[in-house]
Design a protein around this ligand. Structure first.
Ligand SMILES: Nc1ncnc2c1ncn2[C@@H]1O[C@H](COP(=O)(O)OP(=O)(O)OP(=O)(O)O)[C@@H](O)[C@H]1O
Length: 784
């Protein structure tokens, strides 16, 4: 049975009128909610303080290097870390569903730092379902009794919907069943209850019960600024990028996106799970299951008024133009990341930079929108900077309600990122978007009606010329009977003629209608042809542009190649020059080293010479001093001899002074020439061992050397005051120790040694036969 449209296109004109005047007046600010997630660890420090149910304070953590401050942020409502998924759904998403089932669009997106709970809020898990599963359940709980037959409404993959005949719908249903049984992963929503979520039975109360509803879902992701269809079965393992297009009503849509009709929540979840498996996820330091792309789960509800049922009890379906279409986009944005915290590298780092770029574009667009609205400026909003903003362009320009949930991890570690998130939230709240109005399908495509057979009668039976011709039996016997038969024949012929005339008229009418239709088709064909022609021209232009760009690219590439060659040459030259420089540097360094060595050598030689000269000088000086001292001591001794009452002392001539004089080992008397020694004096007996008379005139500086005068038995005196000091017959040896210290601290010790020889007068005389000299140089003398 072909569907018959019972509507006039009036409603459409009403909609256009609304969009021009009323929409411009009714504007609502974007609603921004905040949801705090629980801290992972109770010990973690918190940077967020709740001041009321809509205001929070963000405080700089003590360990931060930033100046300490408290930033206050206001939201439509703040959900604390204790808030349940139901509370979030009831407050944020429920109003969206009311709108959706009344034909109004909506965009709900979660925004926040990675790991702040965006996916948890939007999807949740089986026991704790988030906004998406709750929305799906609520829709099906509500429209359970008002669902349109499957496949009667069909997506045209160009953002529009078309109405199918029941036969086509049946065929499509069969096709779906067959392909579902062939595809191992698909179970047509029947066996997937175990993968489902908890249904709390929520419903929307005031829907239009005269309408029938069809629900369609699509699931896309924007990864590295490319749009992918997560439900595209034909792409194989690698998803193909999709392009964004504008439909006739300037709505952005993903060209060729798979939009599947679902008849139960489970079917929707099955598709969501299929898409979820294809979604790009990553394991980062901050979240083990981190979304690396922005994912968009679209729910579209198509509704139409059910005016009548046909003889078979099937609803009569209206024209495609009168379908009311509304869309709810649930967007899970990838988390903003600071690379120094996530420590991402390679692919993850590239992804993060793309994520941050697209979020930055979103922020820029909203900032410019706000500026335009606040100042009346007309700055171009750069929606085209990223696929994310381009896709949602219509929402920000008044295609529906926009709500953002800012997810926040209150951990002090997230402070700096949270600060940025709060700034963005502030900007977003100031943006106003036109209030959503019910939308009708943007596509005008009508179903193909089968052309009526010109000769078919309305009842659908075969064409007859009317009642059968009566049998005529003419008889000359009964003229009356013949007359009646002829009249009956005449009547039948008249009826037939009338019928033929009516058929002729009908035929003419149909012919006219057919001709008219033919002309229409011809005109459409001409229009189509001219459209094709203009598109071909455009394509040609584009191709030409492409060729130009390609040739430019080739030029640039060859130039680039030349430049690279030159660069390589220059690099080679630079390398050679560097090598030469390095060699020269090496030589210079060698020369410097040699010079340094020569200098050191010369300095050493100079020093040596200086030392030698010094030593020579010192020796000469000492020699002179010694000579002087010898003279002095001679004079002194002569004096003492003259003054004393003991025998005159014979002084041994001092040997020439040396640097260091070792005490003589062998009998020195043999080598020394005694001066003035009395020839025949008796020497004291030495059988009992020599006893030394040690004469220390002053307190001597302790020698502290191994060279000590060898005196086994000794008697020490500091002064010879009496003659008996010398004449004691036990003493046979005399030793005089004298010390001198010069200005430089050098000490010179002299040990004069001699034999005590008794004199004939009963006195004694000392015959000096040896002198030992020990010079001790002060270690600091050289430094001076
Ligand atoms: N309100 C909450 N209550 C309980 N657990 C939460 C809440 N919010 C988040 N979580 C948990 O925190 C973890 C990270 O959350 P989620 O994956 O939702 O972060 P995300 O913002 O989507 O991160 P990304 O941007 O990296 O994808 C998950 O294990 C999630 O269960």
């Amino acid at each position: 049975m072909n569907p018959v449209s019972k509507f006039t296109p009036k409603l459409r004109r009403e909609k256009t009128a609304l969009s021009n005047s009323d929409l411009a007046k009714k504007k609502d600010a974007v609603q921004v909610f905040c949801r705090l997630r629980p801290l992972q660890d109770d010990q973690e420090s918190n940077c967020i303080k709740l001041l009321s149910s809509s205001v929070l304070a963000l405080t700089t953590p003590a360990e931060s290097k930033l100046i300490r401050k408290e930033v206050h942020c206001q939201f439509k409502h703040i959900f604390t870390n204790y808030a349940s998924q139901k509370e979030v759904f009831d407050t944020v998403a429920y109003p969206f569903l009311v709108d959706l089932l009344h034909g109004k669009n909506g965009l709900l997106f979660t925004y926040g730092v990675t790991g702040s709970g965006k996916t948890h809020t939007l999807t949740g898990d089986q026991n704790n379902p988030g906004i998406m599963p709750k929305c799906i359940y609520t829709i099906f709980n509500t429209i359970a009794d008002f669902q349109a037959p499957k496949c009667v409404i069909k997506s045209d993959r160009m953002n529009g919907f078309e109405v199918q005949s029941r036969e086509d719908a049946m065929q499509d249903q069969l096709f779906i069943l067959r392909s579902a049984s062939k595809t191992p992963g698909r179970s047509n929503g029947k066996k997937l209850k175990d993968k489902s979520y908890l249904n709390d039975g929520a419903k929307i109360m005031d829907i239009n019960e005269n309408n029938l509803y069809s629900v369609f879902v699509s699931y896309i992701e924007i990864y590295n600024n490319t749009v992918y269809d997560l439900l595209d079965e034909n792409s194989g393992k690698t998803l193909q990028g999709k392009i964004l297009r504008e439909d006739s009503q300037k709505n952005m849509y993903v060209n060729g996106v798979v939009e599947t009709e679902v008849k139960s929540a489970e079917e929707a979840f099955e598709l969501f799970n299929i898409g979820q498996k294809r979604k790009k996820m990553g394991n980062t330091v901050l979240n083990s299951v981190s979304s690396r792309s922005h994912s968009i789960f679209n729910i579209r509800v198509v509704q139409f008024q059910q005016l009548a049922h046909n003889e078979e009890g099937q609803p009569v379906i209206p024209d495609s133009n009168l379908l009311k279409v509304a869309q709810l986009s649930l967007v899970d944005l990838a988390g903003s990341e600071r690379t120094n915290r996530t420590q991402n590298t390679g692919q993850l780092l590239r992804e993060a930079s793309q994520i941050n770029n697209s979020l930055l574009s979103l922020r820029t667009c909203l900032e410019i929108l706000r500026e335009n609205q606040l100042t009346g400026a007309n700055r171009l909003v750069p929606y085209r900077d990223s696929r994310l903003t381009l896709l949602f362009k219509n929402y920000f320009e008044g295609e529906g309600r926009v709500v953002m949930i800012v997810c926040v991890n209150p951990s002090a570690e997230d402070f700096e990122e949270n600060l940025q998130v709060m700034k963005f939230a502030e900007t977003t709240q100031d943006v106003k978007v036109a209030r959503a109005e019910p939308k009708f399908t943007p596509h005008k495509k009508k179903i193909q009606k089968k052309p009526a057979t010109p000769f078919a009668c309305k009842s659908g039976g075969t064409f007859t010329l009317g009642p059968k011709l009566p049998e005529i039996k003419l008889s000359f016997n009964s003229l009356e009977e013949s007359q009646v038969a002829l009249e009956r024949l005449l009547n039948v012929l008249k009826t037939r003629r009338q019928k033929i005339k009516t058929a002729d008229e009908e035929l003419d009418q149909k012919e006219n209608h057919f001709r008219k239709r033919l002309i229409e088709i011809y005109q459409e064909n001409i229009l189509g042809k001219s459209e094709v022609k203009s598109m071909r021209a455009q394509l040609k232009k584009e191709k030409q542009r492409c060729t130009n760009v390609e040739s430019k690219l080739a030029d640039l590439e060859s130039k680039n190649g030349d430049l690279n060659m030159k660069l390589r040459d220059h690099q080679g030259e630079i390398c050679a020059l560097r090598n030469t420089i390095a060699e020269k540097d090496l030589k210079i360094n060698k020369n410097i080293l040699e010079k340094e060595k020569i200098k050191q050598k010369m300095a050493l030689q100079n020093e040596k010479k200086d030392h030698e000269l010094d030593a020579k000088l010192r020796r000469q000086r000492e020699h002179l001093q010694a000579a002087m001292r010898a003279k002095d001591s001679k004079i002194q001794k002569v004096k003492e001899i003259l003054e004393g009452d003991f025998a005159p002392v014979v002084v041994v001539e001092t040997p020439p002074v040396q640097e260091y004089v070792q005490p003589p080992e062998t009998p020195k008397q043999q080598t020394r020439r005694p001066i003035g020694t009395p020839a025949s004096r008796q020497r004291r007996s030495r059988s009992a061992g020599d006893v030394w008379l040690e004469h220390n005139s002053v307190k001597p500086v302790p020698l502290g050397t191994v060279l000590q005068p060898s005196m086994k038995k000794r008697k020490s005196v500091t002064k010879l005051s009496k003659a008996s000091d010398v004449t004691n017959p036990k003493q046979s040896k005399y030793c005089l120790i004298a010390q001198e210290q010069d200005d430089g601290g050098d000490v010179e010790t002299k040990v004069y040694k001699g034999d005590i020889v008794p004199t004939c007068g009963g006195g004694a005389q000392v015959i000096f036969n040896d002198v030992e000299r020990l010079r001790q140089e002060s270690p600091t003398a050289d430094i001076k």
